[in-house]
Ligand binder design. Structure first.
Ligand SMILES: C[S@@+](CC[C@H](N)C(=O)[O-])C[C@H]1O[C@@H](n2cnc3c(N)ncnc32)[C@H](O)[C@@H]1O
Length: 728
C-alpha cells in the first residue's frame, strides 16, 4: 500500500522487458548442461576485474539505482542433510534446482557485495563457478569476508545453476537455510581442504577463548559459532555457564532474543553469575516485547543487587512500555522527536493493540473488527513494524533499489528488496516469530509446511516476498513531517521507505474508509475517523483515489472493491463518468486567478453527474474543490460563503451535520451535531476553514466546536494531536 510502483515508468519498463527476455532465454536452456566450463584462472581473473569495475561504478556515483531481480519462485530444501546425495559442479544442469542433492564447495576469491554477495567457488574436482548469495546479513552486521571469505567451505542444498544476464552462469542461493557453513575441521569438509585440530584445540576452553576474541572485536556472529563449538567439547558446569552467558550476550547483540533467553535459562546456575544472568534475561525479555515479565526480573535485580543503580532507570523505562502496551498511553511528542532525530527512525516504544480482533470477513478472508464501540479519533492500534526498510531520501548519496519480479510483472522502487532480507533474517534468527508473518495473506502461493530441518529454521524467501507484496505499506518518516514539508499532499505521496505491520495487515480495503493510518518512525498509528459500533469491520483505502490506481490495485490484490462508491460508479453511465472526469481535469487545470463564480458553476455541473445524494454515496472527487473554494472565500473576506462551501464539502464526503449553519442575528450559537459520519480525508483542513470563518463572523461557540472536530480529524490523520496547536 502506497509503495513506489515503477511498473509504469518507461525507464524500468525497458529493464523489465529485457529481464523477461533473459528469463525466456534461460528457460530454453533448462535441463541442459553448460556448454563451457570456465577454467579456474579465467574465472578468478574475470571475477576480480568485474569487482573492480563495479566498485568504481559505485564510487563514481554512476549508480543511483541498484537493480535486484527475483527469479521464478522455488521452495527451500526441506530434507535433512543425511538424506541428500552429494553431487559435483559438472553434474549440474542449467535452470534446475537439483532437489535431493548437495554440493560442497570452497570460496576461491574474496567476496564482493552488491545487492547480493558474490564469490567464486570450486569443488573437489577443481571445477569452478560463481556463487550468488541473497538475503544474507548486512555488511555492518556480518562482513561478507567473515561470512564467505576466501577459503570458506560451505554446503549448498538443492544447488540451483542459473544463466545470468550476461550469458554466463552461476549458482544462486535465495533461501538462508540452503547454505550451511562448515568449520574447516568439520568432518564433512573434504579431506584435501580439511585442517586437523591439534589436541590443544579439542577443548571447550580453547573455543570459548576464541569466541571471546571475536566478541571483543564486535564479530558477534563469529563469536556465537565459536561458543557453540565450545559447548560440543564437554565443558565443565562452570565453563558451560560462562559459555552460555557469553553466547547469550552475543545473541542479544545480534537481536536473537529467543536464543539469548534460552541460553540464560538453560545455563547451570552459579552464585557469582546470577546478576549477569538476570541482566541478560531482562534484556532478552525486553527485546521480545515481554515487558511485564522483564519488569519482574528487573525488580528481582533491584532487590538482590541494591548497588546496581542503573536497574531503577531500566525499570522505569520498562514500566513506560507496559503503559503503552496495555493501555495505549504514549508520549507522542517524544515519539515525533525520536522519529526526526534517529536514523534509521526505529523507535523504542511498545506496540498497543486496542479494542480490535481478527475475525472472518466473508469473501474477503479475514478482517479486523472492533470489540467495543469506539469514538472518532480513538486509538485502535499503535504498532511497531515487524521490519522496516528506511530509505533516507534526504541523503543524496543513497542508492535506490529497483526490485524487478519478471515472473509477476512487478517493479517496485525503494525498500522492498531490503524488507525481504530483513524479514528473512529476523525469522531465521527468531523462528518462534514465524507464525506472525507466515500466517499473513499470501494469495495462491504454496508454501512448504516444514519449519525446521537439522535444527535449522526453514524460511521461504519467496513466501516472504509474496507476503510483503500483498501486505507491506510505503511510509513517510512521519506523517506529520510529510504534511509540513513542501511538495505533494499526503494523499498524493508514494514512499520509498516501507515496512510490514502484521496486525494492520488484516485490515481490508474500502474506499469508504472508517479509520486512518499515520506513521511516526517505524510505528503505524491507526485511529477511528468516525464513531464505530462494536463488532464492525475496520476498513481503509489501499491506494489513493483515481481510476488508474484502482485498476492497478485491483489487479495486484485480486479483488474488485464493492463499497458504495465503487458500486455506484458501476451503475453510473459511462457518459456521466466521462463528464465527471472531464470536469475534474478542467478544475485541476484552473489557476488561482480563475473567478470563484466559474468554479461554482463547474461544481454545479459536476454535482449533476452523481445519481444519489452524497449522504448515501460520498462524492470523493468534488470535496477538494469545495474546500479550496472555501479557502478562497475566506481569503477574500467572505466568511459566510466560506462556511457554506466548507459545510457543503463535508456533506460531499457523506457527513450529515446539524447545528453548524450560521445562527440568525440575535440568536445564540447551536451545538454542532454529527448525525452521520462521512469519509475522512484530512478533513481537519476543512474544519480549520470553518473555525476561522465562524470566528470572523463572531460565532465563537461554533468556532471552538469546529476546532474540536478539526482536532479529532487531525489526530486520526497524524496519529496524534500533541502537534495540533503548532500547526493551526
Ligand atoms: C492485506 S490483505 C488483508 C487481509 C486479508 N483479508 C486476510 O485474510 O489476511 C489483502 C487481501 O485481502 C483481500 N481483500 C482486501 N480488501 C478486500 C475487498 N474490499 N474485497 C475483497 N477482498 C479484499 C484480498 O484478497 C487482498 O489481496
Amino acid at each position: 500500500m502506497d509503495i513506489d510502483d515503477g511498473s509504469d515508468m518507461p525507464e524500468f519498463i525497458e529493464t523489465l522487458q529485457r529481464q523477461k527476455e533473459n528469463l525466456r532465454r534461460a528457460q530454453a536452456q533448462k535441463g541442459k548442461k553448460p556448454e563451457f566450463m570456465i577454467p579456474r584462472f579465467l574465472l578468478v581473473a574475470q571475477f576480480r576485474h568485474q569487482n573492480m569495475a563495479q566498485q568504481q561504478k559505485y564510487s563514481n556515483g554512476q549508480c543511483h539505482f541498484k537493480t535486484s531481480f527475483l527469479p521464478a519462485a522455488y521452495p527451500p530444501s526441506t530434507e535433512s542433510l543425511d538424506k541428500l546425495k552429494k553431487v559435483m559442479i559438472k553434474d549440474l544442469c542449467l535452470e534446475l534446482h537439483h532437489e535431493g542433492t548437495f554440493l560442497v564447495v570452497r570460496s576461491i576469491t574474496p567476496p564482493n557485495r552488491l545487492t547480493g554477495i558474490l564469490t567464486a567457488i570450486e569443488d573437489e574436482n577443481d571445477h569452478v563457478v560463481t556463487l550468488q548469495l541473497y538475503n544474507q546479513e548486512e555488511e555492518t552486521e556480518r562482513p561478507a569476508d567473515e561470512l564467505i571469505g576466501e577459503g570458506t567451505v560451505v554446503m549448498l542444498k538443492n544447488p540451483y545453476l542459473k544463466t545470468t544476464s550476461d550469458g554466463s552462469y552461476g549458482l544462486r542461493v535465495d533461501h538462508l537455510s540452503d547454505i550451511v557453513r562448515l568449520e574447516r575441521h568439520d568432518e564433512r569438509v573434504p579431506s584435501k581442504w580439511r585442517i586437523n585440530l591439534y589436541d590443544d584445540n579439542k577443548n571447550a576452553l580453547f573455543w570459548k577463548n576464541l569466541g571471546n576474541e571475536f566478541f571483543g572485536n564486535a564479530q558477534y556472529r563469529a563469536a556465537i559459532e565459536r561458543y557453540t563449538e565450545a559447548l560440543k567439547y564437554g565443558p565443565t558446569e562452570d565453563e558451560e555457564r560462562i559459555i552460555k552467558l557469553n553466547r547469550s550476550m552475543a545473541f542479544l547483540k545480534t537481536q536473537q532474543f529467543e536464543a539469548a533467553l534460552s541460553d540464560v535459562e538453560s545455563a547451570p546456575n552459579g552464585p557469582n553469575l546470577v546478576e549477569k544472568a538476570l541482566d541478560r534475561k531482562a534484556q532478552a525479555l525486553y527485546g521480545l516485547g515481554k515487558y511485564r515479565e522483564c519488569s519482574l526480573v528487573l525488580k528481582e535485580m533491584s532487590q538482590k543487587f541494591a548497588g546496581n543503580t542503573s536497574v531503577h532507570q531500566r525499570l522505569a523505562h520498562t514500566i513506560d512500555r507496559i503503559k503503552e502496551q496495555e493501555r495505549g498511553l504514549y508520549d507522542f511528542a517524544g515519539m515525533q522527536r525520536d522519529a526526526s532525530a534517529k536514523r534509521p527512525p526505529h523507535l523504542d516504544f511498545a506496540t498497543y493493540v486496542g479494542p480490535v480482533e481478527v475475525r472472518p470477513s466473508g469473501s474477503k478472508g479475514r478482517g479486523l473488527f472492533t470489540t467495543k464501540a469506539v469514538k472518532a479519533g480513538e486509538l485502535l492500534l499503535c504498532e511497531k513494524a515487524f521490519a522496516h526498510a528506511f530509505v533516507d531520501t534526504d541523503n543524496e548519496k543513497q542508492d535506490l533499489t529497483v526490485l524487478i519480479d519478471a515472473e509477476r510483472d512487478l517493479i517496485t522502487v525503494g525498500g522492498q528488496t531490503e524488507l525481504i532480507r530483513l524479514v528473512a533474517q529476523k525469522l531465521y534468527h527468531n523462528p518462534s516469530m514465524a507464525g506472525t508473518i507466515t500466517g499473513l495473506h499470501h494469495g495462491s502461493y504454496q508454501a512448504v509446511n516444514v519449519s525446521e530441518v537439522d535444527g535449522i529454521p526453514i524460511v521461504d524467501t519467496f513466501l516472504i516476498s509474496r507476503i510483503i507484496g500483498l501486505n507491506c505499506f510505503g511510509c513517510p518518516l512521519s506523517t506529520l513531517d510529510s504534511m509540513t514539508r513542501a511538495g505533494p499532499s499526503i494523499d498524493e505521496k508514494v514512499h520509498h521507505s516501507c515496512g510490514l505491520w502484521p496486525m494492520a495487515s488484516y485490515i481490508n480495503h474500502s474506499c469508504d474508509q472508517n479509520i486512518a493510518r499515520a506513521f511516526i518512525g517505524d510505528f503505524m498509528v491507526v485511529r477511528a475517523t468516525r464513531d464505530i459500533d462494536s463488532g464492525s469491520e475496520l476498513k481503509w483505502r489501499y491506494y489513493q483515489t483515481g481510476q488508474d490506481n484502482k485498476k492497478r490495485a485491483d489487479k495486484h490484490w485480486g479483488f474488485q472493491c464493492d463499497c458504495v462508491i465503487c458500486t455506484d460508479d458501476q451503475a453510473t453511465s459511462s457518459k456521466m463518468l466521462a463528464e465527471r472526469r472531464r470536469l475534474v481535469k478542467t478544475l485541476l487545470a484552473q489557476g488561482s486567478a480563475v473567478r470563484p463564480g466559474k468554479i461554482e458553476s463547474m461544481l454545479a455541473k459536476m454535482k449533476l453527474t452523481y445519481r444519489k445524494p452524497a449522504s448515501e454515496v460520498p462524492r470523493m472527487n468534488i470535496y477538494n474543490f469545495q474546500v479550496r473554494l472555501a479557502i478562497r472565500y475566506l481569503e477574500n473576506n467572505q466568511p459566510d460563503k466560506a462556511v457554506e462551501r466548507g459545510l457543503e464539502a463535508l456533506g460531499s464526503l457523506g457527513f450529515v451535520i446539524e447545528g453548524a449553519a450560521m445562527p440568525k442575528p440575535g440568536t445564540s450559537n447551536g451545538t454542532i451535531l454529527i448525525k452521520q459520519w462521512g469519509v475522512d480525508c484530512d478533513i481537519f483542513k476543512c474544519w480549520r476553514v470553518l473555525s476561522n470563518a465562524y470566528g470572523m463572523l463572531g460565532a465563537f461557540g461554533l468556532e471552538s466546536q469546529a476546532e474540536h472536530f478539526g482536532k479529532i480529524s487531525y489526530k486520526a490523520c497524524m496519529g496524534e494531536d500533541s502537534s495540533f496547536d503548532s500547526h493551526k
